[in-house]
Design a protein around this ligand. Sequence first.
Ligand SMILES: *[C@@H]1O[C@H](CO)[C@@H](O)[C@H](O)[C@H]1NC(C)=O
Ligand SMILES: *[C@@H]1O[C@H](CO)[C@@H](O)[C@H](O)[C@H]1NC(C)=O
Ligand SMILES: *[C@@H]1O[C@H](CO)[C@@H](O)[C@H](O)[C@H]1NC(C)=O
Ligand SMILES: *[C@@H]1O[C@H](CO)[C@@H](O)[C@H](O)[C@H]1NC(C)=O
Ligand SMILES: *[C@@H]1O[C@H](CO)[C@@H](O)[C@H](O)[C@H]1NC(C)=O
Ligand SMILES: *[C@@H]1O[C@H](CO)[C@@H](O)[C@H](O)[C@H]1NC(C)=O
Ligand SMILES: *[C@@H]1O[C@H](CO)[C@@H](O)[C@H](O)[C@H]1NC(C)=O
Ligand SMILES: *[C@@H]1O[C@H](CO)[C@@H](O)[C@H](O)[C@H]1NC(C)=O
Length: 539
Amino acid sequence: MMMSLTLLLATLGLLVQGCCAAQDILPDGPLDAVLGKNVTIATLLDKPVYAFIIWNFNDGKEQTNIATAGPEGLKVNAPYEGRVSINRTNGNLFLSSLKSEDNGDYSISILTTDGSTKTAEIKLRVLEPVSKATITSNLPEAIEHNSTVILTCTAKGSFLKFGWLNKTAPIVANTRITIKDGETSSTLTITDVLRSDLVGPIYCTAANKLETEKSAAFNLTVFYGPDEVKVTPSNPSQYIKVGSNFSLSCSASSDPPATFVWYRNQTMLENEGPVLRLETIEKLGLAREMAEYSCSAKNAKTGRTVPSTGVSFVAMEPISGVKITGPTATLIAGNNTANLSCQATAGTVTTRTWMKDGKPLTASSRLVFSADMSSMMIKPLQKEDNGEYTCELANRVTTEKASYKMVVNYGPEPAEVKGEDAVEVNDPVKMECAAVSVPPATYTWKFNGTLTKVTTAQYVIEKAVYKNTGTYTCEARNSVTGKTTTKAHNLSVKEEGALDEGLSDGAIAGIVIAVLVALGAAIGLIIYCRQKVPVESPY
Ligand SMILES: *[C@@H]1O[C@H](CO)[C@@H](O)[C@H](O)[C@H]1NC(C)=O
Ligand SMILES: *[C@@H]1O[C@H](CO)[C@@H](O)[C@H](O)[C@H]1NC(C)=O
Ligand SMILES: *[C@@H]1O[C@H](CO)[C@@H](O)[C@H](O)[C@H]1NC(C)=O
Ligand SMILES: *[C@@H]1O[C@H](CO)[C@@H](O)[C@H](O)[C@H]1NC(C)=O
Ligand SMILES: *[C@@H]1O[C@H](CO)[C@@H](O)[C@H](O)[C@H]1NC(C)=O
Ligand SMILES: *[C@@H]1O[C@H](CO)[C@@H](O)[C@H](O)[C@H]1NC(C)=O
Ligand SMILES: *[C@@H]1O[C@H](CO)[C@@H](O)[C@H](O)[C@H]1NC(C)=O
Ligand SMILES: *[C@@H]1O[C@H](CO)[C@@H](O)[C@H](O)[C@H]1NC(C)=O
């Protein structure tokens, strides 16, 4: 009897469905809930007045009654027993342990005592929980610019939406990247993959309205290169010292790291690795001629081989053991020839220059260079040729010098005597003789033609006496040239006071000039002041 009543009521509910505005009874659907979990289908009612509240279910094929709340309490239809309750205060339907068959439309009908009926309906979606989001790749490893990588994200669950993340940023489609979403999977297709595309880690997300599941981090190595194959130094000196610690290095941007091969004038060299040492080239006997060296980098995974640009150089022997040979005998100006020759014990010399006392030497009537500048001859030697001679030998890798000090003996040149002509008795007297000479001259003095004991350049008399008056002759002698020169000097010794002359001519001239200057200044000042008065006046 009860059963038939509920059936009747259910039919009634079906009949009146849609007859009344339902917005104020149930919210808009659909309502989502997770499989196995509980759900409450809440009404918008607040303490409604009713005779019966009837909840029905329609799976799209047929309608069944769930439960009815009425004056006699809650009646639950057999299939729902133990899983369902209706809140008698507001009409909410509570449904526990959701099954996938619970997917469908739920309707509520409210019958009042005066026989009117209100009905509303809502769709409930029972969602399978999201799980097992996983990324798989069509390739175990990829090659830049060549591979098309297809990543597939699969997950379990219903109403899934997929997303792709690079670290935390969403991956968006572009000309190379396409994303295709299906019901239970999504594919990310990257054509002509780049090394940067999958640096990641890459994640995929699968989500429905209630849950989001993130896959484990996914990496895929994209092999690339070699790129930017470079030789360093890229612009070395073309001439390198033989035996120096010189090498070329080859580098490339490559994953896996590139292997390197070296070429000399396009011919492969027996040299392994990224560094080509001069020592190796020398051992192969190939360093002494100018050649172009280059390397090529190979990536075993990408199969690509890329050459570098070339650099050219030659190994050159440095100059060493530079020596000047010059005259060893004693040289005398005017009568000797000097030959200087500059040689090195090792190295090819390309330029030779000569200097004297730091200044370049040039050929002259007395100075002749040999054609190759390796020697020079000065004939005849003169006193000006004294000095330090330097030869500088250079090639592209070295500059070496050697020096020779040339001593040309000459003189003495005409002697000079400095000293007083006249002194008073008891005055000191100092006469000094000088004659330019190499080596320095030795001096002797004669008084009135008689040799004295004085053998220094100075002739000193501490206190003059009358008989010191006379002629003093200095003789300068160069022991190497054997030449002498003489100079006579007269001295007269006078009585005391004989040489006091009052103011000298010089002193008088000085006083006159001082007076004239003072006068000139005074006149100038007067003229200046006179001019200045009208200037200061504003009128
Ligand atoms: C029914 O709903 C009312 C109002 O929302 C609430 O206070 C009450 O606790 C509910 N009763 C049950 C049995 O859940
Ligand atoms: C679902 O409802 C059942 C029965 O009312 C209850 O035992 C269980 O704790 C509820 N589960 C949750 C997650 O609320
Ligand atoms: C991805 O790469 C990172 C860093 O290179 C590494 O730590 C991680 O183990 C890799 N994960 C996988 C799944 O290969
Ligand atoms: C050559 O030079 C490199 C780098 O400048 C240095 O590491 C190496 O020790 C040097 N070798 C010799 C033999 O001096
Ligand atoms: C690049 O792709 C072409 C065409 O698919 C293939 O023939 C070639 O072997 C690939 N190169 C590498 C290094 O895998
Ligand atoms: C040069 O020396 C020679 C012999 O050594 C000598 O006969 C000659 O007189 C000298 N000439 C001069 C200008 O000194
Ligand atoms: C200097 O060199 C010239 C030319 O080589 C040679 O004729 C002359 O004899 C040499 N003189 C000396 C002093 O060595
Ligand atoms: C030296 O000579 C001068 C002039 O001829 C003469 O006056 C003087 O007396 C002489 N002195 C001596 C010491 O002979």
